[in-house]
Design a protein around this ligand. Structure first.
Ligand code: FES
Ligand SMILES: [Fe+2]
Length: 343
């Protein structure tokens, strides 16, 4: 799926940059092929404009912030958060023509990130329930660029059969390749998917899982929100320790995503520190990244299954494709997938 050719995808919220990065000054970000500049206004709220000055096209992200406005680093034209030019330093009496403006986009602070929607959103930012739940701490685990498509990331997130292979040197059990079935419940904005997965529990995992047994269970209460946000709602049994991950696979362009990963835990720093938890998840995430970057990002929405075969167990992946295609069709998109000559 070429995400930049699907206009409806512009009508969702995406996590872009961690807010703490914006505290250092304006930053550039590319969302669905659109270059953005993000910064914090005088009240500390994030703002997003097209990263292109309307004077001589310089990238505004090369500029600086003054009194909550973004100032172009070339000749100092200054813009407010609505994209209106409020100052042209070279003009006498400060005259600014009405036409001096750049595109502005909806931008909200949530869960430590600046979220952006390029057009009127069809749905609110998904609710991360643990973010406001007492006893949980939020850890911003990863923020990085992957050379894959957001749908590839999402289908992998619900594909438990990859554990036995991609993660065989970690928690996966290679002798147990058949995934436990999901109980799936659809909703207007996606679905929930519940299952229980048995995993290996090497000593390096004991403080994470809260168990010293050689095997433990993941009780998974997962969730998918259209188009590219997911919850990995893991409760380890028998310890009862919660290890809740949220991801937003933000489409940068047709070949890259910006992956944001949050972790919520209901234990303390003494039980398992944030540094340990990031270090523990790092190789797992790298294993997923390595295999996803070795797939074709552009074949994932081919409903005819002409370019790839699917496992009977992959109900979440099939449902995801069905819902995404319905969304694209409902909104009259021009191109839903590429038919390859091998099809
Ligand atoms: S290009 Fe931005 S002020 Fe001239
Ligand atoms: Fe994985």
């Amino acid at each position: 799926m070429l995400v930049t050719r699907q206009p409806v995808l512009r009508r969702f919220w995406y996590a872009t940059l961690p807010l703490h990065q914006l505290e250092q000054g304006p930053r550039s970000f590319r969302l669905l092929g659109v270059p953005l500049v993000l910064w914090l206004d005088s009240l500390g709220r994030p703002a997003a404009l097209r990263d292109r000055c309307c004077h001589r096209t310089a990238r505004l992200s090369k500029g600086f912030v003054e009194n909550g406005h973004i100032v172009c680093g070339y000749h100092g034209w200054t813009y407010d958060t609505c994209g209106r030019c409020v100052r042209i330093p070279q003009n006498e009496l400060g005259a600014v023509p009405d036409s001096a403006r750049v595109d502005a986009f909806a931008c909200e602070a949530r869960y430590g990130y600046a979220w952006v929607a390029l057009e009127q959103p069809l749905a609110p930012i998904p609710e991360f329930e643990e973010d406001s739940r007492p006893g949980f701490r939020r850890i911003l685990q990863f923020h990085e660029t992957w050379a894959t498509s957001p749908l590839r990331f999402m289908e992998n997130a619900f594909d438990n059969s990859h554990f036995s292979f991609v993660h065989r040197s970690n928690f996966g059990i290679q002798e147990q390749p058949r995934p436990s079935p999901y109980d799936i419940r659809e909703s207007g904005d996606g679905f929930s998917a519940h299952t229980v997965v048995r995993i290996r529990n090497p000593e390096s995992s004991h403080r994470v899982t809260g168990s010293a047994e050689p095997y433990t269970e993941r009780q998974l209460h997962n969730r998918w929100w259209l188009p590219f946000v997911r919850r990995f709602g893991c409760v380890y049994a028998p310890s009862g320790r919660h290890h809740i991950i949220y991801n937003c696979a933000t489409p940068i362009d047709d070949e890259h995503i910006s992956l944001a990963q949050w972790l919520y835990r209901d234990d303390t720093e003494d039980d398992c520190s944030a540094v340990e938890l990031i270090a523990w998840d790092r190789p797992i995430v790298d294993e997923d990244r390595d295999i996803l970057e070795a797939t074709d990002p552009d074949a994932a929405l081919d409903l005819q299954r002409r370019t790839e075969q699917h496992m009977a167990s992959d109900r979440p992946g099939l449902l995801m494709r069905k819902r995404l295609l319905a969304l694209l069709r409902e909104h009259g998109e021009s191109e839903s997938h590429r038919q390859t000559s091998a099809g």
